[in-house]
Design a protein around this ligand. Structure first.
Ligand SMILES: C[S@@+](CC[C@H](N)C(=O)[O-])C[C@H]1O[C@@H](n2cnc3c(N)ncnc32)[C@H](O)[C@@H]1O
Length: 455
C-alpha cells in the first residue's frame, strides 16, 4: 500500500493556499457539475470528464490531477501547483509520474471550504474511505447550531466529520482503529490548518475511556460480511452489517455529557434498543443495495461485480434479510418515548430542524391545523375466538421496523374524534385543562409514530 504523504504544517498550508489561489473550491466544482446534471445519467459523467479536459485553467488541471484520477502533463501540473507545490507534491508522493502523465494515488475531496485527502476507491483491506453522500448527510444532521465544548468522531476515517465539527467545537477527538486512517486524518488537519482536533488510534470507545462529549458522530462500517470474505475495516459491520451500529448505539450514552447528543449513520436491518430517535430512509431491496455497494469496489460493471452482488444477496437472504434502510440513530436527546420518522425529508434536515423535534408539547403548535390518518395505516386486533378485541396494533402507512403502537378503544375513539373536527383546537377546545393536555399528548405521540399527520 502506498505510504501516506508526509510534510510540515508550513508545506501543507502553502499547498492549500495555492489551491485556493487558483480557484479550486467546492463552489467552483459544483458550478462545473451543474451543466452535466442537465444531461441524462448515461452521458453525464463523460460530459463532465471532457469539460474538464478541454478547460485550460489551473483549477481544472488541479482537479484532474488530484480529484479525478485523470493524468496531466508536467506543464499542467506545474501551472496547477506552482513550482514549489509541484516539488513538494512529487517528493511526498501526493503525485507520481506514470506513462501517460502525472496522477495522484490519492483522491482529493472538496467539502465546503475543506480539502480532504483519502485513498482512491478499491478493495484493499485498510483503505481510507473517501467523503461520500452518507458522510455529508450525517454532517448536516449533526452539525450543532450552537458551539459545544467537546466533540467525538468515532471511526473518523480520513477525519472529514471531525474536521467539519471542529468549527463548532472547542476541541474534537477523532479516533479510528485503522492506523492508516489516523495518519490520513492528521494530514487533512494540517492541510486545512485545523489545530483543535486530536486524532487517536483505538478500538471504538477504548480510545476515549472515561471521557465525555457534548456531541458524538459516527458512521461505522455497515456492510454485511460474508463468511469467506476478508475483513475490510471501513466496510464490514458484521454478518448482517448492522451489528456494529447496534453495539455503538448501546454504549454511546456512557460517553455523552448531560444534554449531549450522539448521531450514528448506518444501514439497518432491525432497530436497536435504547435510541431516542430513528430517522429512516425508504426500505431498499437487498439486491439493489448489494449491487450499489459492489459497484464501489468494481469500477468495471462486469462479471466480477455481478458475482459479488449475488454472493452478498445469497448471504443476506440466508441471514433472513430482505431489505435494509439507511438510518440516522440519535442517542441522548429528548426524554420521551422513542421517536421514529419515516418520511424522507430527514435527508435534508439540518440539526436545528432535528432538535425542534424534541420541543415539548409540539401538538400545542398544531391547534389551527387538522389531523388526519396517514394514508395506508392499518389496525389489527387479535384475541381468542368469541372474545372481544381489547388491544389493537397500529401499523403506519409509512411502514415501520420497530414495534408498532398498541392501543385500546379509548385511543381509537380519540383518533376518530380529532380527525373529524375542522381543527385540532376546535376538537380539544371544550375539554378541561387536564383532559386537553392528555389528548394533545396522545396526538403528539400518534404523529411521532406516523399514525396521524397534521394538514
Ligand atoms: C464507513 S467508514 C467512515 C469514515 C468517516 N467517519 C466518514 O464518515 O467518512 C468507517 C470507519 O470506521 C473505522 N473502524 C472500523 N472498525 C473500527 C473499530 N473497531 N474501532 C474504531 N474505528 C473503526 C474504519 O477504519 C473506518 O474509518
Amino acid at each position: 500500500m502506498i505510504s501516506i504523504p508526509q510534510g510540515t504544517d508550513a508545506q501543507w498550508d502553502a499547498l492549500a493556499a495555492r489551491l485556493r489561489a487558483i480557484g479550486l473550491t467546492s463552489a467552483w466544482a459544483r458550478e462545473q457539475e451543474l451543466s452535466s446534471e442537465r444531461m441524462p445519467a448515461t452521458i453525464a459523467s463523460e460530459w463532465l470528464r471532457l469539460k474538464y479536459q478541454v478547460a485550460d485553467t489551473p483549477a481544472a488541471y488541479a482537479l484532474r490531477l488530484l480529484a479525478r484520477d485523470e493524468p496531466v502533463d508536467t506543464r499542467q501540473a506545474v501551472v496547477a501547483l506552482g513550482e514549489v507545490g509541484f516539488a513538494f507534491a512529487r517528493e511526498c508522493g501526493l503525485i507520481t509520474e506514470t506513462t501517460d502523465g502525472w496522477r495522484s494515488p490519492f483522491r482529493l475531496y472538496l467539502v465546503d471550504d475543506l480539502y480532504l485527502l483519502a485513498d482512491r476507491p478499491g478493495a484493499t483491506l485498510d483503505i481510507v474511505m473517501g467523503v461520500g453522500l452518507t458522510t455529508e448527510l450525517l454532517a448536516r444532521a449533526a452539525y450543532p447550531p450552537q458551539r459545544v465544548d467537546a466533540a467525538l468522531d468515532l471511526g473518523c476515517g480520513g477525519g472529514a466529520l471531525a474536521l467539519l465539527m471542529a468549527r463548532a467545537a472547542g476541541r474534537v477527538v477523532g479516533s479510528d482503529f485503522n492506523p492508516r486512517a489516523v495518519a490520513m486524518a492528521k494530514v487533512n488537519a494540517a492541510l486545512n490548518g485545523i489545530r483543535n482536533v486530536e486524532f487517536r488510534e483505538g478500538d471504538w470507545f477504548s480510545s476515549v475511556a472515561g471521557e465525555r462529549f457534548d456531541l458524538i458522530v459516527s458512521q461505522p462500517p455497515f456492510l454485511p460480511k460474508r463468511p469467506n470474505e476478508e475483513h475490510v475495516i471501513f466496510m464490514h459491520g458484521g454478518a448482517r452489517g448492522d451489528e456494529t451500529a447496534h453495539r455503538l448505539a448501546g454504549e454511546m450514552k456512557d460517553y455523552l455529557t448531560e444534554g449531549g447528543v450522539g448521531f450514528i449513520l448506518a444501514e439497518l436491518v432491525t432497530a436497536p434498543e435504547g435510541v431516542t430517535a430513528l430517522l429512516y430512509g425508504e426500505p431498499v431491496d437487498v439486491e439493489v443495495d448489494a449491487a450499489i455497494y459492489a459497484a464501489h469496489l468494481h469500477r468495471k460493471k462486469g462479471r466480477e461485480w455481478w458475482d459479488e452482488t449475488h454472493q452478498t444477496v445469497a448471504h443476506l437472504r440466508q441471514c433472513g434479510v430482505e431489505e435494509l434502510r439507511l438510518a440516522i440513530l440519535i442517542i441522548g436527546a429528548g426524554n420521551a418515548e422513542q421517536l421514529v420518522i419515516h418520511r424522507d425529508p430527514w435527508r435534508t434536515m439540518d440539526r436545528s430542524q432535528i432538535d425542534a423535534l424534541w420541543v415539548a408539547g409540539t401538538a400545542h403548535d398544531w391547534l389551527e391545523r387538522r389531523a388526519r390518518v396517514v394514508a395506508g395505516t392499518t389496525m389489527e386486533g387479535e384475541c381468542a375466538l368469541g372474545e372481544k378485541v381489547r388491544l389493537w396494533t397500529l401499523r403506519s402507512g409509512r411502514g415501520s421496523l420497530r414495534a408498532n403502537p398498541q392501543v385500546g378503544d379509548g385511543i381509537l375513539d380519540l383518533i376518530r374524534w380529532v380527525t373529524r373536527g375542522e381543527t385540532l383546537g376546535a376538537c380539544v377546545g371544550g375539554l378541561s385543562a387536564t383532559d386537553r393536555e392528555k389528548a394533545l399528548g396522545v396526538v403528539d405521540q400518534l404523529v411521532r409514530h406516523g399514525i396521524l399527520e397534521m394538514v
